[in-house]
Design a protein around this ligand. Structure first.
Ligand code: ADP
Ligand code: MG
Length: 702
């Protein structure tokens, strides 16, 4: 149960004065979790931090106030010039003056009565807003603030600016945040005093207060003491949760698993290639984990095409040799089918029985697979993540391999790893996450990296071209296709709208079909699974030689003889995505090209990105550069900046804190694993505040 001291932070925002049910829904959109189905809590509102400030501290005379500047003027009201009746286009003007000059305060669609009350003739008022000069006349259209001398305290000279949403007035939000701040309880300190002192950090409550009431733009900098403190709190909560889960996992001991080489050598013998050195060393890591009595929790990082699947299969083989079952899970239907295609012949040759389970297996097929898992007659299951979570019952699941982890939410991962039993877990990601981020997202996981591409791969020639040269590109594809080449054509990503993505792909498909005839296929996320499979199969078989796609092809599709990748509006993609997409080609023994079509003019970051793409094919290098350019958001496949699951911490600024938080968390778990000491109790509060309380539940379970 959540400690009662936190109750004021966990009430719904609708408990604040002035926030009714309707605003509750509006705020859910603004500050709630994407999947929220209830009003956000006050703590979520408090983590909605300003992104900039409006500085109203400039107080010139009217005559000296520069065009366009936000200023606060002290004026005397002279006269009102009301709008002529029936003509709504002419504004209501209120003429005022100070000792330097005259200004017209201008109001469209004015409420005359309100204006009369707010700006009484003959009185002094402070008005704040943006100056406009036209033909030597000063005006201010709809001042942001109009206050009397007595109300001057209500005029914020430094005003925080928050990300907003439709249907929410700025003043309503400011008031709600104010009263939320006033309700923060006095909390015990959970940080080491030495760290706070060294960094000049105030306590959590004060840091939040400063974050919302900045005294200057500097207070909003990610490196300001208040923001840094909050970022550290967030990182520590994350690291502590992961460390506790890890410790729990260690305690809920695994089982040593010894392979007997019944199966693995037969798979190896059947492979048309030999393993790369890094595949070998990853397997050695995994074997070590399997044989140890603790549960395995290992991350296998490997660039696109580095050959993770075979490592997963060989790991599964060892577990199956030891008498247990294994499951390989992928995030999409498409990938599951692809894994199944790759693995089936190898499994056959090695005498493994394999089952496939996705949302598409229904009725008898599904029952047969589920029965086989239950009685142990199926050794290896290939399926989607969803099914594993829905709790398909295995006879004895020894190993769960989770592929393409970056599609997976942090919460789901916690749920998966906190699941009971002694199942070893291998997580595979095609995203070359920089080391600093591995810490943040995977905490204390062991890591193996596949750093080399399988032998025989040719480098990919990458070129950036303006969209104005589209004709050339089409001509080139036409002649390549005529000589048997296969090309992907990836269509632009349009904000967050899948429907628009699809429309763009359909348009491009139609245009290319008009040019190139029926050798052009189409695949996108709105198609039925069967249609998608058919489109894919047509491309694999060579019935089509150009496949127009939305980013559904991003995730691990393997058509080894595709040699051309065209990415339209490449400037709209993040580096990580570009890299993933490019990895779809260059998989066979023929030279490949990647054409990045961009719309000029390019912004400086977009230009840097395309340059990096031209210069490097090394996913780890690209990931580090991406982190440098954008702060890491895209590294994990999200489009917004920042890190998924994190509201304040930003790897571009707080990388040093991650390391400290990780060490801090380890020390805590070593010295006070039950979080029982006074600091431990305070840390429990921290876990709740940042929504990491899954970990607290593990404490109780022991
Ligand atoms: P990813 O790491 O992207 O999941 P895959 O496991 O799909 O990569 O492997 C990509 C391709 O490389 C597959 O066709 C696979 O058969 C092949 N492959 C894997 N390991 C090797 C190797 N050591 N030598 C040559 N080809 C390999
Ligand atoms: Mg893969």
């Amino acid at each position: 149960m959540r400690p009662p001291i936190l109750d004021p932070l966990f009430r719904p925002v609708t408990s604040l004065a002035g926030i009714g049910p309707k605003l509750g829904v509006t705020l859910r959109r603004l500050v709630g979790r994407p999947d929220a189905d209830s009003d956000p809590r006050i703590i979520e509102l408090l983590f909605h931090l300003p992104v900039s400030v409006i500085d109203r501290s400039r107080r010139p005379g009217i005559a000296e106030a520069p065009e366009g500047a936000v200023v606060t003027l002290k004026v005397r009201v002279d006269r009102h010039q009301t709008a002529p009746r029936g003509n709504r286009r002419v504004p209501h003007r209120v003429y005022c003056h100070d000792e330097t000059g005259e200004i017209a305060l201008t109001f469209f669609h004015a409420n005359e009565a309100w204006l009369g009350r707010t700006l009484p003739v003959g009185e002094t008022r402070y008005v704040s807003g943006q100056m406009e000069w036209f033909n030597g006349r000063a005006s201010m259209i709809h001042p942001d603030y109009i206050v009397s001398e007595a109300e001057l305290d209500d005029l914020p000279l430094i005003e925080p600016v928050y990300p907003m949403t439709a249907g929410l007035a700025r003043k309503t939000l400011l008031r709600a945040i104010d009263s939320a701040l006033a309700g923060i309880p006095d909390l015990p300190e959970w940080l080491e005093p030495a760290l706070s002192d060294e960094r000049d950090w105030s306590n959590f409550e004060t840091a939040l207060d400063i974050a919302h009431n900045p005294q200057s733009a500097g207070d909003l900098e990610p490196v300001s003491p208040s923001r840094t403190r909050l970022a550290y709190d967030e990182l520590l909560a994350g690291q502590l949760a992961l460390a506790l889960i890890r410790a729990h996992q260690r305690r809920s001991a695994g089982r040593p698993r010894h392979g007997d080489d019944r199966i693995r050598p037969r798979i190896l013998a059947d492979l048309p290639f030999s393993l790369t050195d890094s595949q070998r060393s990853a397997l050695a890591d995994i074997d070590g984990d399997l044989e140890a009595p603790e549960r395995m929790l290992r991350l296998l990082q490997g660039d696109v095409g580095s050959g993770k699947t075979i490592v997963a299969l060989l790991a599964a083989a060892a577990v199956i040799e030891s008498g247990a079952q294994a499951a390989i899970m992928a995030p999409t239907e498409l990938l599951v089918r692809q894994h199944a295609r790759t693995i089936a012949p190898l499994a056959d040759a090695a005498g493994l029985s394999m089952g496939v389970l996705t949302g598409r297996e229904r009725g008898r097929d599904r029952e047969t697979v589920i029965a086989g898992l239950g009685d142990g007659s199926i050794d290896l299951l290939i399926g989607t993540h969803a099914l594993f979570q829905a709790g398909v019952d295995f006879h004895d699941l020894g190993l769960a391999v989770v592929d393409e982890q970056h599609r997976f939410g942090v919460h789901q991962r916690l749920a998966l790893t906190a699941k009971g039993g002694d199942t070893d877990i291998l997580v595979m990601t095609a995203t070359p996450i920089p080391r600093t981020l591995v810490l943040t997202f995977y905490g204390d996981m062991d890591v193996s990296r596949l750093t080399e591409k399988p032998a025989g791969r040719r480098p990919i020639e990458t070129r950036a071209m303006p969209l104005t040269r589209l004709d050339e590109v089409v001509a080139r594809i036409r002649s390549s296709a005529a000589s048997g080449a296969k090309a992907y054509w990836v269509c632009p990503l349009i904000e967050e709208s899948e429907a628009l993505d699809v429309a763009a792909a359909e348009d491009r498909h139609a245009a290319l079909t008009a040019e190139l005839g029926d050798r052009v296929g189409l695949i996108h996320g709105r198609m039925k699974a069967a249609e998608r499979d058919a489109a894919m199969a047509g491309f694999v078989a060579g019935d089509t030689s150009i496949l127009v796609a939305t980013t559904v092809v991003e995730v691990g599709v393997d058509v080894s003889d595709a040699t051309i990748m065209v990415i339209e509006h490449a400037e709209r993609f993040g580096l990580a995505q570009l890299h993933q997409l490019r990895g779809r080609v260059g998989r066979g023994d023929k030279p490949s090209v990647c054409l990045l079509l961009y719309k000029p003019p390019l912004g400086s970051i977009a230009r840097d990105r395309l340059k990096i793409m031209r210069e490097s094919e090394d996913g780890f290098v690209i990931a580090e550069e991406d982190l440098r350019l954008r702060g890491g958001g895209e590294v994990l496949g999200t489009r917004q900046s920042g890190m998924p699951g994190f509201r304040i911490a930003d790897p571009a600024y707080h990388a040093d804190l991650m390391e400290i938080a990780r060490n801090d968390a380890r020390t805590i778990v070593d010295t006070d694993p039950g979080l029982a000491s006074p600091r431990g109790q305070a840390l429990r509060l921290l876990l709740y505040i940042f929504g990491r309380d899954e970990a607290v539940r593990l404490l109780r379970a022991g």
